[in-house]
Every structure is written in structure tokens, then in C-alpha cells.
Design a protein around this ligand. Structure first.
Ligand SMILES: Nc1ncnc2c1ncn2[C@@H]1O[C@H](COP(=O)(O)OP(=O)(O)O)[C@@H](O)[C@H]1O
Ligand SMILES: [Mg+2]
Length: 425
């Protein structure tokens, strides 16, 4: 970026923002010594480009790592590895004026305007604070700049001396947006900016964001769990599942024909409009623990189109055991040779036989059964082995699309995959 923060000449063809193989792992600490016993892989190797003036939709269920990724992009948290490049410069290596310029140029708007707006501050101070901190304005000049910002988001002078709680949710989000725009940034990370709002208010805020983008040439990273929200906003979409990219495509192609079963499930699912949106119709269960992400394809445990080659492993057996209390209560140990190979020890030979029978029966998905060697019972223990498969990586599918799924011709309407039998008791 230039000294004055303006665009470099190559800006029309170069992405404003590039994210390269970025990871954020949070250590899990345990015991009095607070030893690190594991890592929450919140973001686990994500790359994408964001062109100036465009909108990228970042979509996935609650717990997929979207907020963490947004914070990484906005420079609010340090990556474990990988890099964020803004206007060609690596964000974590920026110093002095360049670092200052980045912080001005990349702002973030959060879902929860109640906790992001200090309740004890007047609107004038909330919106004017960035201008004060960066010594852009003071006195009556500051007031006039705040009024202009308020007017640009559909509020006005009459709101200067009120507190956040005196506004509706939609108005509070307008205040958050005004504050984010105070320093005239190039880019705004919008983290579920409309998720807490009623549908009609959502539409107003989306329209406002769209108009502001057109007027100011803003670049948006638009984070949401609801694909329908970004349908008309985003040129491109990154679908994220459990810290990784499942699919990336231009918006039109994605809505016409999703190539990853997870994208398809998100499209089918209408998010639960009440609550935090963590519930989805048509997509069963919840996102697995990012401290122990599933092998192969991370989505295989919930995928309606899973095949025997999607990463079935010992954890899938243990998960199913939890649904059979009479066996689970007798489980005393799981000795793993690898994620795909383990000896499960029980209190009695009968329980060991019980597991072997369950694994032969119809309680497990056909795809999982097809991935498994016949279980071998020896006394109290059962040896369970799966065919080992590598981690499923993104691959190019033409038209700039990338998909992390082994089904090269996934067609949701033509379900030739192996159906699953019922799992829960
Ligand atoms: N500071 C943190 N320490 C430990 N785990 C975290 C932290 N922040 C987020 N996580 C975990 O990382 C995962 C992704 O969280 P988040 O980025 O908030 O996802 P999303 O925004 O998609 O709901 C979750 O399992 C969450 O519990
Ligand atoms: Mg979030």
C-alpha cells in the first residue's frame, strides 16, 4: 500500500486480500501444570483471494471456524501458520505506517451489537472514537464527521446523544457499520451482520451494505451460516466445514449446482430462524469436535452420500458405541495402532461379541461397513480395522471451482451412493 493508503496501480487485477494456507490452533490445557494436551483446529489450512470491490461469502455452520478466520483476516488474532496478504504485503510483517494503514483499511463488524458497542458510551463517542484515536478529527469537526457517518447508514444528528440500548437491533447494527466506516476502510469483515435480526430488518441492512459498497468501492468478507443471505451479495463463495474449505465457487454456479454434499446440504437446509442458527433442517447432528477432526473427508460422519473411501475410522465405531449403552458401559479401553486400526477392550467376552455383532448388523451405514475388515474377537477384545485413506484435499473442477470431495461427479439428484441405514437406537 502507498503512504497515503491509496490503491496501487495494479489493484484492478491483483486481489486486495489473499489468504494462504492459514491455520489457527488453540491449545487445550489441562491439570494443575496447565500442560498442553491437544489442539483445537479452529482454522486448519484455508486459502482464498478477495478482489477489490467484491464480496466473498464465507459460509458454514456454527463451529466451523468462520469467526476465527474473520479475526485472522482482520489482524485481530495471530495465525499459527500461513499468511494473510493485504494489498501485496504480509499482514503479520507490516510495521510502522504500513501496519497502521492496514488497521485503518481493514475493519470488522460483529453479529452481536450488544457486546460490541460499549453500553456506557454515547453514539457520538462510539462512532467518533476511531477518528479520535487516529487523530482525524476533534471538536465540532468530529461531530460533523459523525453526523455524516450516521446519515450514510440511515441515522442522523438526532441520534448523537443516545446510548446503544435506546436503539433497535437493526439500528444498533447501523451504528456498528457507521463506526467501521469512520476511517474510510478498503475492506470490512462482516461477521454474521444480520443473523440476530428479524427477516425484514435483515433485508434493510443487506440493502444498506450493498449501497455502501457501491458508493465507497468497499471490499467485503461476508461471514454467515445462512447461504441465502449472501446469494445476492457475494460474487464468490467459500463453503467451510470444520476448519477447512469444502468448496469454493462463484455464487451462480454454487447455487445452480453444488459439487460438495455439504454445500448441497446447506442449500437444502433452512437455518433455524429462531436461536443462534446452529440448528439446520435437513442436516443432522452437529459439527464434530475440531480437536479431533474426522479422517479422510471431515464431513464423512454426516454425509448422506458417503462411500467406503471417505475416511471411516475407529472414532466412528466409538461414536456408535456411545449409542449402545449396554456395550459402551463395558468398554474399558481403546488401544489404537492408528486412526484406522485399534483393539477395543471390554469387561466381558459377551460384550466383545456384542460389538462384533453390531458391526455386522444393520446398525451401521453401508458405506462404513464397506470400509471395514471383518472384526476379530479374541476373548474380551475386538480388533477393528478400516481401509486407510488419505485426507481429502481440494481439487480443481473447472470454471475456477475447487471441491474437497472424492465424488468427482456428485449429483444430489442422482443418489447412486451407498445409502445409510439408521444409526440411532
Ligand atoms: N479462543 C479460543 N480458544 C479455544 N477454542 C476456540 C477459541 N475461539 C474459537 N474456538 C473454537 O474454534 C472453533 C471454531 O469457532 P468459531 O471460529 O467461533 O466458529 P464459527 O464462527 O464458524 O461458529 C469452535 O470449536 C470454537 O469452540
Ligand atoms: Mg461465528
Amino acid at each position: 500500500m502507498n503512504q497515503d493508503g491509496s490503491a496501487s496501480p495494479s489493484s484492478a487485477t491483483e486481489p486486495l486480500l489473499s489468504v494462504r494456507d492459514i491455520k489457527k490452533h488453540f491449545p487445550i490445557r489441562d491439570g494443575v501444570m496447565q500442560r498442553v494436551t491437544g489442539q483445537v483446529r479452529a482454522v486448519d489450512g484455508v486459502s482464498f483471494d478477495l478482489m477489490r470491490g467484491s464480496t466473498l461469502g464465507l459460509v458454514g455452520e456454527s463451529g466451523c471456524g468462520k469467526t476465527t478466520l474473520g479475526r485472522l483476516v482482520a489482524g485481530l488474532t495471530e495465525p499459527t501458520s500461513g499468511g494473510v496478504y493485504f494489498d501485496g504485503g504480509r499482514v503479520d510483517e507490516l510495521q510502522g505506517e504500513a501496519a497502521r494503514s492496514f488497521r485503518r483499511n481493514c475493519q470488522m463488524v460483529f453479529q452481536d451489537s450488544f457486546s460490541s458497542l460499549n453500553p456506557r458510551h454515547l453514539v457520538k463517542d462510539l462512532v467518533g472514537r476511531p477518528l479520535k484515536v487516529y487523530r482525524e478529527a476533534s471538536g465540532s469537526d468530529l461531530t460533523e464527521r459523525v453526523v455524516e457517518l450516521l446519515e450514510s447508514v440511515g441515522l442522523g444528528r438526532q441520534h448523537l446523544y443516545r446510548y446503544p440500548h435506546q436503539f433497535s437491533g437493526g439500528q444498533r447494527q447501523r451504528i456498528s457499520i457507521a463506526r467501521a466506516l469512520a476511517l474510510d476502510p478498503a475492506m470490512v469483515v462482516l461477521d454474521e451482520p444480520t443473523s440476530a435480526l428479524d427477516v425484514s430488518v435483515q433485508a434493510q441492512i443487506l440493502n444498506l451494505l450493498h449501497d455502501l459498497q457501491t458508493d465507497r468501492g468497499l471490499t467485503f468478507l461476508f461471514i454467515t451460516h445462512d447461504l441465502s443471505v449472501v446469494r445476492h451479495m457475494a460474487e464468490n463463495i467459500v463453503v467451510m466445514y470444520l476448519g477447512k474449505v469444502a468448496e469454493t465457487a462463484d455464487s451462480t454456479s454454487l447455487f445452480e449446482r453444488p459439487l460438495h454434499p455439504y454445500s448441497h446440504a446447506l442449500l437444502q437446509a433452512s437455518p433455524d430462524v429462531v436461536g443462534d442458527g446452529s440448528g439446520f433442517k435437513g442436516l443432522e447432528g452437529t459439527v464434530p469436535d475440531p480437536a479431533r477432526p474426522p479422517s479422510g473427508c471431515r464431513f464423512h460422519t454426516r454425509c448422506a452420500h458417503a462411500t467406503p473411501n471417505c475416511g471411516w475410522e475407529i472414532d466412528d465405531v466409538v461414536l456408535r458405541l456411545e449409542d449402545i449403552p449396554e456395550l459402551f458401559d463395558e468398554l474399558v479401553g481403546v488401544e489404537r495402532a492408528s486412526a484406522f486400526d485399534a483393539e477395543l477392550q471390554f469387561e466381558s467376552p459377551a460384550a466383545a461379541e456384542g460389538l462384533a455383532t453390531a458391526l455386522r448388523g444393520s446398525t451401521i451405514p453401508n458405506a462404513m461397513a464397506g470400509a471395514m475388515e471383518p472384526a476379530v474377537v479374541t476373548g474380551n477384545s475386538v480388533r477393528v480395522r478400516f481401509h486407510e485413506v488419505p485426507t481429502v484435499e481440494l481439487s480443481a473442477r473447472g470454471g475456477g471451482r475447487e471441491v474437497a470431495c472424492i465424488l468427482e461427479d456428485f449429483d444430489p439428484d442422482n443418489d447412486h451412493s451407498h445409502s445409510t441405514s439408521s444409526v440411532s437406537p
